[in-house]
Design a protein around this ligand. Structure first.
Ligand code: KG4
Ligand code: ZN
Length: 337
């Protein structure tokens, strides 16, 4: 089965063609980063306008690069939630029309589930496993019993981890997108130059929860102090110290959840899963006997391949969407573990 996957939930305009859920025939990602750079963040109105202008060419390029014609497609999968509403609407409207014109099924895909599924395309992992979703909008630790059977153990109670990377970078004028820049600067910084605080979340109900706003504020306040004192440390040391704590907050909960649940497999996904320190620390879990997978770098950040891959799973189980399906900015309900 050949599935076209379309992803326009934020600032990447992407389309991919995937055969049988695991053979990536093409994965075109037209990034809007340069166009949002002057604003040091994604401007929703600009993002949706660019998707409108680009989507047709991106889809055509994906089909061309896959070496097929649109008549070879068996289905169209598209991210329908959560994300920027205007951007999602562009992809959903396009996918519905395209599938209807071709007379093939169409399926709306949840972006969070797609990120959690991404590593399964390249490195299939047996269920159940501990899922770690870390992106610009979400930070979730969950138990994954199937591609659509996900129970949330913990989430951030405020900022997402990627959002903290982006805001720290913005405040220090390090560049955009923040996660990539901080990761790069950290390579030559001292991670113990500053001991930034981690959250103290009381109560059993917060056992696996995280918080990033305190860390973000502490790193930002450090800059205010530099400005007042007329002193400064290197951006490399700030970046490395922040990154160490940001990853530390997450890894502490990951280790706790693994110990409590007895799960022996872990898989990460989302843009922050591209972070070199996080990848190293997750990989280090293998020394304790755990099996660890994460997507290749291209499948960590937003892409159409993960959408097509997950779409294939639903379609194989006879599940598709009807053309009344709309887009939604909201996160759909997950089971609470
Ligand atoms: O998954 P994604 O492309 O979009 C969302 O669904 O949010 O994730 C984007 C996020 C941004 O916050 C970006 O700064 C972060 O992923 N990111 C990274 C790295 N590469 C991207 N964060 C840390 N280290 C990286 N290497
Ligand atoms: Zn994403």
């Amino acid at each position: 089965m050949i599935v076209l996957g379309i992803e326009t939930s934020c600032d990447e305009c992407s389309a991919a063609v995937v055969r049988d859920g695991h053979v990536i025939m093409s994965n075109v990602i037209a990034t809007q980063i340069e166009l949002h750079k002057p604003y040091q963040g994604v401007v929703p109105e600009l993002a949706s306008r660019l998707h409108t202008e680009w989507i047709q060419q991106v889809v055509e390029a994906a089909i061309r690069q896959a070496g097929i014609t649109k008549e070879d497609l068996d289905a169209v999968a598209v991210t329908s939630r959560p994300g920027l509403l205007g951007s999602l609407l562009v992809g959903v409207s396009f996918a519905k029309c395209y599938a209807t014109a071709l007379g093939i099924p169409f399926i709306g895909i949840d972006h969070i589930r797609a990120h959690l599924y991404a590593s399964q395309i390249e490195n299939p992992l047996e269920y159940p496993y501990l899922g770690v979703l870390v992106s610009g909008g979400h930070t979730v630790i969950c138990r994954v019993d199937g591609y659509d059977d996900i129970s949330v153990l913990g989430t951030t109670i405020d900022d997402a981890i990627g959002e903290a990377f982006d805001k720290v970078a913005k405040f220090y004028d390090l560049g955009f997108p923040g996660g990539v820049v901080i990761d790069r600067l950290s390579q030559s910084g001292n991670p113990t130059a500053f001991l930034f605080p981690g959250p103290s979340l009381d109560g059993e109900e917060h056992r696996y929860d995280m918080s990033y706003s305190g860390l973000k504020t502490a790193v930002i306040n450090q800059r205010m102090q530099f400005l007042q004192e007329g002193a400064a440390d290197t951006p490399e040391n700030i970046a490395a110290s922040f990154q160490r704590q940001a990853v530390g907050i997450l890894m502490k909960r990951v280790r706790l959840a693994l110990k409590d649940t007895g799960l022996t497999r872990v898989s990460a996904g989302g843009g922050v899963a591209a972070n070199s320190l996080l990848r190293k620390e997750l990989k280090d879990l293998e020394k304790g006997g755990y099996t660890v997978t994460f997507p290749s770098l291209k499948l960590c950040t937003d892409n159409g391949a993960m959408v097509a891959g997950l779409g294939y799973r639903y379609l194989s189980d006879g599940i598709s969407s009807d053309t009344h399906l709309g887009a939604s900015a909201r996160v759909s309900a997950f089971k609470k573990s």
